[in-house]
Design a binder for this molecule. Structure first.
Ligand SMILES: C[S@@+](CC[C@H](N)C(=O)[O-])C[C@H]1O[C@@H](n2cnc3c(N)ncnc32)[C@H](O)[C@@H]1O
Length: 352
């Protein structure tokens, strides 16, 4: 029987971080069940072997580990539950460990985090011989999370390495365009289109290559195109500066994709505001692109894209013969609310 795992999600969006974790489990073929989400946290029954893969791939997952127990946010219940586990399953004799308790969005103010940390820490000390508390340099980390009327306690086994995501550091030389997506969101887009490692991902509105970079970093192959040859050239330059090679970046129209069948398309078409549609009507361009995407998408393929929420991209996709798998709304600023939609051609794929 699979243990329950927990994933600490970044709080930058309500639904995208959990959707990204689920997409990674799906495309990496990890059997999983009972996927549950509370604010900033997801739990799922799955093989712990998936933890490192998810944390390495995801843009919006901070850390993950094995859930040890969960209960209501009632102090006596928490302390009673904390006295049951066999902590030597997680911590070896003589090892240094830390216990930290965090509160999500100010939940359950009646609980004292410090008290819980120290009382659970003492239980672990008593149950594992010669173990020591070391908050600075622990060999094992335990984490308690207070959220949505619950207390969850687990052994944290993987943390995201931020440097792998932050490509804006000047020494790395990436030259973003004002329309370039932030790396975490770009990574999430890539994951939502569910490419497997080694598989090809296409961005047919690639701009200066933000999405292509994220796909290449997680071990996919990537191909991009942009109608503006200057953008395509800049994408190639950006990728080379980071020392990564795409399969190809071309100057081409997304309404005539120069590519045979493909399983993953992830893209951010122009809205005619910050980025240019190069003279086309944004809605017409989107409609024609969706029909073209449908014609190159493999039957088990996924397309993830964003569009202003008032455009009605789900209906345009439906008209083009695509099926909606999931949709997320994201407020960018007062004048722009984005809808991020994942489409597939396969009608049997789960609707979420
Ligand atoms: C929002 S930007 C893409 C930004 C990119 N995702 C990134 O993070 O760097 C949209 C891009 O679509 C390009 N574009 C406009 N019309 C196009 C078309 N018909 N076919 C392909 N690319 C087009 C623009 O030149 C622009 O670079």
């Amino acid at each position: 029987m699979s243990p329950t795992l927990f994933f600490l999600l970044s709080g930058e969006h309500k639904t995208l971080p959990a959707a990204e974790v689920r997409a990674i489990l799906e495309c990496e073929n990890f059997d999983h069940r009972e996927f549950k989400v509370i604010p900033k946290l997801a739990t799922v029954k799955a093989d712990p072997g998936c933890i490192n893969t998810v944390v390495r791939r995801a843009g919006m997952c901070e850390a993950a580990g094995l859930l040890i127990f969960q209960c209501r946010d009632v102090k006596n219940e928490i302390l009673r539950s904390a006295s049951d586990p066999i902590y030597s399953n997680y911590l070896n004799k003589g090892e240094r460990f830390s216990v930290r308790v965090q509160r999500i969005f100010g939940s359950s103010r009646h609980l004292d985090r410090m008290e819980l940390q120290s009382r659970i820490g003492n239980m672990i000390l008593r149950s594992v011989p010669e173990s020591r508390v070391d908050l600075r340099n622990p060999e094992k980390e335990f984490i308690g999370v207070i959220a949505s009327g619950r207390f969850l306690f687990g052994n944290l086994t993987a943390r995201r390495v931020n440097s792998a995501l932050n490509r804006y550091r000047p020494k790395e030389g990436f030259a973003p365009h004002p329309s370039t997506m932030k790396p975490r969101l770009a990574r999430c887009f890539v994951n939502l289109s569910r490419p497997r490692r080694g598989e090809l991902l296409l961005d047919p509105f690639c701009g200066v290559g933000g999405l292509l970079i994220e796909a290449l970093i997680i071990g996919c192959r990537a191909v991009g195109s942009d109608l503006d040859p200057r953008m395509a050239r800049e994408a190639i330059r950006n990728l080379r500066r980071l020392g990564i090679e795409p399969e190809g970046v071309l100057a081409a129209d997304a309404r005539a994709i120069p590519c045979p069948t493909i399983r993953s398309i992830s893209t951010d078409p122009p809205y005619g505001r910050g980025s240019s549609t190069m003279g086309s009507n944004p809605c017409e361009l989107l409609g024609k692109f969706l029909a073209e995407a449908r014609s190159v998408l493999s039957p088990d393929g996924f397309l993830c894209l964003a569009s202003p929420s008032d455009v009605g991209v789900q209906v345009l996709g439906y008209d083009a013969g695509l099926n909606v798998v999931e949709s997320h709304v994201m407020r960018v600023h007062r004048g722009l609310v984005r809808e991020i939609v994942v489409f597939t051609r396969d009608r049997s794929v789960r609707k979420g």
